[in-house]
Design a protein around this ligand. Structure first.
Ligand code: FES
Length: 105
């Protein structure tokens, strides 16, 4: 079971156990991680599940889709190079102990 380290907007860290195959967004909601709202419930249509991932992990994930890429432009917090929609990222071993930052809105 991978451990996901959510870095909250205020600077605190919340480490949670995640189930493989769930999305990062679902994991955040299950653990009441502040800052992940998920208004569209995972349809990649709201950008309220915006997270920022470290550069070194990006190439190990499914590539960003054109739709996700477009939606990130509507995120409340400014987009960064490691920005992704957490509803589009499945938990797997590659995310174990990775710091998933929730950008300040
Ligand atoms: Fe709406 Fe991810 S939950 S875009």
């Amino acid at each position: 079971m991978p451990t996901i380290r959510f870095l909250l907007a205020g600077g605190a860290e919340l480490a949670v156990e995640a189930q493989n195959g769930r999305t990062l967004m679902e994991t955040a909601l299950e653990h009441s991680v502040p800052g992940i709202i998920a208004e569209c419930n995972g349809s990649a249509a709201c950008a309220t599940c915006h997270v920022v991932l470290p550069d070194e992990i990006l190439s190990a994930l499914e590539p960003i889709s054109e739709h996700e890429n477009d939606m990130l432009d509507f995120a409340e917090a400014p987009r960064e190079p490691g920005s992704r929609l957490s509803c589009q990222i499945k938990v797997s071993a590659v995310l174990d102990n990775v710091a998933v930052r929730i950008p300040a809105a």
